[in-house]
Design a protein around this ligand. Sequence first.
Ligand code: FES
Length: 71
Amino acid sequence: MSGRTPVITACANGPLLVRGDVEILGDDGEPLDNPRRTVALCRCGASAIKPWCDGTHKLTRFSTEPPPSTS
Ligand code: FES
């Protein structure tokens, strides 16, 4: 690890971008192989390569905006 402070950026209508020195664990508690120094974590639930974002959020028109009020 390089000692870079982790920064997480919540992208509008998209993934969480993780930059910096951070270890990401799978649900078994084992470290995942981070493919890049900056990784995108899916938060739409539609990615085929979870926990990584594969861009599917664009196809599903995932929105981080709250739904319009119906009252
Ligand atoms: S946030 Fe990109 S595929 Fe889910």
